[in-house]
Design a protein around this ligand. Structure first.
Ligand code: ZN
Ligand code: ZN
Length: 340
């Protein structure tokens, strides 16, 4: 037996004993050490529920190989895990775009994930870690890769002005990748001003809270031109529309935020998309080959800083209370991570 956080339905998560996973074929067992809580987990656990119940959530984690099975890995090896298991049969998989698979399985949303002492994973999804990366940092490989995937779409050129709407984990990582790719001025916008200090320590030059008029301030800061690239990492209708308003002519917008509302640009602002010839990109997930390799490399070299984003380290036994608090916004937080 082992302990896990088990979701039984929306709002019903319990820390309880469950069967130790059994492996077969190409599977291995990872002993989880760190597992981050993603914004999507809060929705899944507290509001929407998972694809089926009971389910162990958690898709951002790191740990050590506990049982290597028939794989090439060895017990005790430090690893992180790519959570998406592609079908390898659909059109996207045929063309190598596994992250766009029509019929994927997913650790932590469709099959048991990392909010547990142990998790069963296909060996193909195991990413061995270099010695000089901490397991705590490695638990950020998923969000770091999702962010890299999005920033890569924007085609940032040296000196570009970048705006990031939403300074959660993804926004903080997007800002850092943008800097690495050559961005000049980086402006962050978030209604929670307690996030501004962290954002600035990670290289954001100027922070705006949402009770200020970000469009006016960005106009001033860019000499009326607007931003070269805007990243939507908040997932709200108002920030989506703001991205259209603050972009310069020929500007690029990348949408990364999971939205809980309609995508809406008011009719008086629709002409801006046309007149400014804006490009709007969607970004989904990350690729195990390119994005994950890049992320681990950048984290290893200290070029992407993750530990600074962590505001709370929690014990897995507290999972029920943690999710209730995050859902109720009982305290200010950026990244909450379970130490297992
Ligand atoms: Zn996530
Ligand atoms: Zn597929």
């Amino acid at each position: 037996m082992m302990y896990a956080g088990v979701l039984h339905g929306p709002g019903k998560i319990e820390y309880q004993e469950v069967d130790y996973p059994e492996i077969s074929g190409n599977e291995v067992i990872v002993g989880v050490k760190y597992a981050g809580i993603c914004g999507s987990d809060i929705q899944r656990v507290m509001v929407k529920g998972a694809y089926h119940h009971p389910l162990v959530p958690g898709h951002e984690f790191s740990g050590v190989i506990e049982d290597a099975g028939d794989s090439k890995f060895h017990t005790g090896q430090k690893v992180t895990v790519y959570p998406l298991i592609p079908c390898k049969k659909c059109h996207s998989c045929d063309s190598g775009s596994y992250h766009l698979c029509d019929n994927y399985n997913y650790l932590g949303s469709r099959c048991d994930g990392g909010f547990a002492e142990f998790v069963k994973c296909p060996s193909e999804n195991i990413i061995p870690l270099p010695e000089n990366i901490s397991l705590e940092n490695a638990a950020f490989t998923e969000p770091a890769s999702v962010s890299f995937h999005g920033v890569s779409k924007a085609g940032i050129k040296e000196g570009d002005t970048v705006v990031v709407y939403g300074l959660g984990t993804i926004g903080m990582l997007v800002a850092q990748w943008a800097r690495l790719m050559g961005a000049g001025l980086i402006i962050g916008v978030d209604r929670n001003s307690y996030k501004h200090l962290t954002a600035k320590s990670l290289g954001v030059d100027y922070c705006i809270s949402s009770d200020e008029n970000s469009a006016e301030i960005i106009k001033d800061l860019t000499g009326n031109r607007g931003a070269d690239c805007a990243f939507e990492c908040a997932g709200s209708a108002s920030t989506q529309e703001k991205c259209v308003i603050v972009s310069k002519k020929g500007g690029r917008i990348v949408m990364l935020g999971n939205s809980e509302s309609d995508f809406r640009v008011r009719k008086e602002n629709v002409p801006q998309i046309l007149r400014k010839e804006l490009s709007i990109y969607g970004s989904w997930n990350s690729t195990i080959k390119d994005d994950w390799t890049k992320s681990i490399d950048a984290m290893k070299n200290g070029k992407i800083r993750c530990a600074d984003i962590i505001t709370h380290r929690k014990n897995l036994s507290e999972i029920k209370q943690v999710f209730e608090d995050l859902h109720q916004k009982s305290y200010p937080y950026i990244k909450v991570i379970f130490v297992i």
